[in-house]
Every structure is written in structure tokens, then in C-alpha cells.
Design a protein around this ligand. Structure first.
Ligand code: NAI
Length: 400
């Protein structure tokens, strides 16, 4: 079996799906690895490093697509508008983040026609045996960390309390909305930098986690029953609820120096929780980092991929913070991907058992059939129509 790494072509993408240490593990399992020259350049992995572990380094992506049985990408199809329909060939297996909710019907049809088995890792179920394959959590953790650093860098105030001969400076007030993976990492990072941190989430069960990081949990006067599903994800609430939530948040946002928003609902647009008016109430020089920018943003003035000024407040709408930490992001992504391949590998071949929960949740097209995800996320919906689709530290040894 040949695993191919064509390299990334999406704008601003610096990561690579498989690093040399992970390629080495695959080669050790009798899998051949074929990589486009320069694929690892953006994340500081040289062609030499791939060759040293037994990979075949080729000049162009087309050769990788031609040769490989399994294509490994970070961004393909729905997550790479520069190259919507990659040259996937008949019967190929594709693994990556493919943006299942952004894929056109024609793309699903085309993949099914070509008998492509397309796995999208965003739909990995949040169950304990799939934790090691969960790329969204790995990337969100980096995003949360970097969001706190971006805010600290921009804010014209120090994060920590300073008691000096020149006077005492009180710590910056940081408010993190949404305490999932990204939010908790943003809280932990802002705490480590010495800020006075508050966290809030619609799911009250995260209160303890927020407090265990040293932050205060903000409780709003809201009826939150029915705000979570069985898998622990938040569900979309009605506009009336969000209106009430904005009213309550309006008490906390204006008194913050930094607001980091991460509220997300799988498969749905991000809820708008912070109004322009709330931001207008913040001091000049304050900073907002809206991690939900790629799915519409949690803040009214957010523009995805841009940094805007609103009433003296800088509002960041980053769309790919993990790509600003490309080496670590690639290590984590590649480790997740390896764990996924390892789950399917049997005697040097990938075995696709659609009765397996992990396969079932992540497989978009297979055997000419489209298995489209439900709009509310998570599960797949078999359309039997053949014509239609913890933070474990990363140690070098773990990579080897
Ligand atoms: P997650 O699903 O672990 O956490 C989202 C949190 O938002 C959950 O705890 C949920 O309960 C909460 N939430 C949902 N609706 C809410 C509401 N109305 N009020 C308060 N809290 C609410 O997601 P994760 O992995 O932490 O990612 C968060 C967001 O950050 C996602 O949209 C993800 O795509 C994005 N992200 C963005 C990056 C970037 O560079 N912009 C990098 C990495 C992640």
C-alpha cells in the first residue's frame, strides 16, 4: 500500500499532514510513503528528513495522486477553495479535513462516481477510543494558546500584576466565552501570563474545569436546559435565548480588556454573542480575538481572516491560528492521522468496516455511496443512491 502526501495548496497553509517521524512509523509497518518535494517546507521538515526515513520524494503532486492508494491531506475539498476537486483517482482513499458541511452536491456525486472512500476527520466522534485521532481538539488547543498570545501582544497593557518601585499595575481582565478545548487552553495560557481571567460557557458542567485552571466562572441568569446533546456538544438555541444571553453578557464584556470567543456548535454557524454595542463599551486599546471567525464569528464586528478596529477596540478574526505554529501543529495532526490509519491497518492494508463507529462517523463516500453528515453534526446519513455521497505532550520519541 502506498500512502501519499501531496502537500497543501490552501492559501496560508503551512502545515503538513504527515511528518517524517510518522512516515517512519508507516514505513516500519510495510507501508510505502510518497511525498511531494517541499511538502514539509512550511513546517520545517526537509525533503532530506523524509528521504532519511525511507520515503519516496517526487517532484510534483500529480505523481503522488497517481501513485498513492491513500492520500493524506490537512485541507482538501471543502476546506481548500483554491482546489475544490483534487485529482483523486478511481478507488482512492482520502483522509483529511474535507469540510463536509461546505461540500457541494456535485462534489459528493463526483467522489461517489469515482468510488473514492473519503474520510473527514472533523467528524471524529468524541469518544474515549477516538481521542488520539481527534484533530479538531489538537488544533483547537493550539488555537486557544495562540489566541491568548495574540491578545497579549496587541494589548497596550501588561497581562500580569506588577508591583514595582514605579507603582502597582493591576492585571489585565481577560474574558473567555466558550470553554471547550480552545477556550480552556486560552484560559490556561492567559492565566500563565498572569492575567485575571474569567470563563463562561453555556454548559454549566465545565464550571469546575474553568475554576481548576484558576479562573472565575461567570454564571448568567439563563435557563440552559436542553443546551447540550448526548455527546456533550452545545446545540443551537433559538434567537430569543441568544438575545437574553447577549443582554447578560453585556454586563461582563465592557469591563474586560480582552475578550476571546470560542463558542461553537458543530455543523452550524457560530452564535452571535457579542454585539458591536458591547465592544463600544470596552476601553480604547482593548482586544477581541474571535476564534469562531471561520464559522461566522461570535462577535458582530468580526471579519473572517481580517483584523478590524471597532470603536478603538482591535477585533481579530483569525481563520487558521494552528498554521502560525506549523511545526507543532503538524506533529499533532500527523500523530492523530497515524492513530486513525493504525485503527484501520491490518496486515499492511486499510480495512474499512462501516460497522465501526469511528469509520461510520467519518466516512463521507464509499463504494459509490454518499454518506452525508446530518446538518446538526456527528452522525452520518446513509443515502443508498449510487449515483448521488489531553493534552499528551508531543515528545520526539512519540513521533519516532
Ligand atoms: P468545542 O466544541 O470544544 O467548544 C465550543 C464551546 O462553545 C463548547 O464548550 C460549547 O458549549 C460552547 N458554546 C456553544 N454555544 C455557546 C453559547 N451560546 N454560549 C456559550 N458557550 C457556547 O470547540 P473547540 O474545539 O474549542 O473550538 C472552538 C472554535 O474555535 C471552533 O469554531 C473551532 O473551529 C475554532 N477554532 C478556530 C481556530 C482559528 O484559527 N480561528 C483554530 C482552532 C479552532
Amino acid at each position: 500500500m502506498i500512502v501519499g502526501i501531496p502537500g497543501e495548496t490552501a492559501s496560508g497553509e503551512t502545515r503538513v499532514a504527515i511528518t517524517p517521524p510518522v512516515a517512519k512509523k508507516l514505513v516500519g509497518r510495510d507501508v510505502s510513503v510518497c511525498v511531494t518535494s517541499g511538502a514539509g517546507e512550511g513546517s520545517d521538515w526537509s525533503d532530506e528528513a523524509y528521504r532519511d526515513v525511507g520515503c519516496d520524494v517526487v517532484d510534483d503532486r500529480e505523481t503522488v495522486f497517481e501513485r498513492a492508494d491513500v492520500i493524506c491531506q490537512i485541507r482538501g475539498l471543502g476546506t481548500n477553495e483554491d482546489e475544490p476537486m483534487d485529482p483523486y483517482r478511481e478507488g482512492q482513499i482520502v483522509v483529511g479535513t474535507l469540510g463536509p458541511y461546505d461540500l457541494d452536491d456535485e462534489v459528493y456525486d463526483e467522489l461517489a462516481d469515482r468510488q473514492v472512500s473519503a474520510f473527514t476527520l472533523e467528524l471524529m466522534p468524541r469518544i474515549s477510543r477516538a481521542q488520539s485521532m481527534d484533530v479538531l481538539s489538537s488544533m483547537a488547543s493550539i488555537g486557544g494558546y495562540k489566541a491568548a498570545l495574540v491578545a497579549a501582544e496587541q494589548l497596550p497593557k501588561l497581562f500580569p500584576l506588577e508591583m514595582t518601585a514605579a507603582g502597582t499595575v493591576r492585571p489585565a481582565d481577560v474574558f473567555v466565552i466558550g470553554a471547550g478545548v480552545a477556550g480552556l487552553k486560552a484560559i490556561a495560557t492567559a492565566e500563565r501570563l498572569g492575567a485575571s481571567v474569567k470563563g463562561y460557557d453555556i454548559r454549566l458542567e465545565v464550571k469546575q474545569e474553568v475554576e481548576s485552571l484558576g479562573a472565575d466562572f461567570v454564571e448568567l441568569d439563563l435557563e440552559t436546559e436542553g443546551s447540550g446533546d448526548d455527546e456533550g456538544y452545545a446545540v443551537e438555541m433559538g434567537e430569543e435565548f441568544y438575545e437574553q444571553q447577549r443582554k447578560e453578557l453585556g454586563r461582563v464584556v465592557p469591563e474586560s480588556d480582552v475578550v476571546i470567543t470560542t463558542a461553537a456548535i458543530p455543523g452550524a454557524p457560530a452564535p452571535e454573542l457579542v454585539s458591536a454595542e458591547m465592544i463600544e463599551g470596552m476601553d480604547d486599546g482593548s482586544v477581541v480575538v474571535d476564534l469562531s471567525a471561520p464559522t461566522g464569528g461570535n462577535c458582530e464586528p468580526t471579519v473572517a481572516g481580517e483584523t478590524v478596529e471597532h470603536a478603538g477596540v482591535t477585533v481579530f478574526g483569525p481563520t487558521n491560528l494552528p498554521a502560525t505554529v506549523p511545526h507543532t501543529a503538524s506533529q499533532l495532526f500527523a500523530n492523530n492521522l497515524y492513530n486513525f490509519l493504525d485503527h484501520l491497518l491490518d496486515d499492511g492494508e486499510l480495512v474499512l468496516d462501516t460497522d465501526d463507529e469511528i469509520v461510520d462517523a467519518t466516512l463521507l463516500t464509499h463504494d459509490g455511496t454518499i454518506r452525508r453528515p446530518h446538518e446538526d453534526g456527528g452522525e452520518t446519513d446513509d443515502e443508498d443512491d449510487a449515483t448521488d455521497e489531553d493534552e499528551e505532550p508531543v515528545e520526539d520519541e512519540a513521533d519516532a
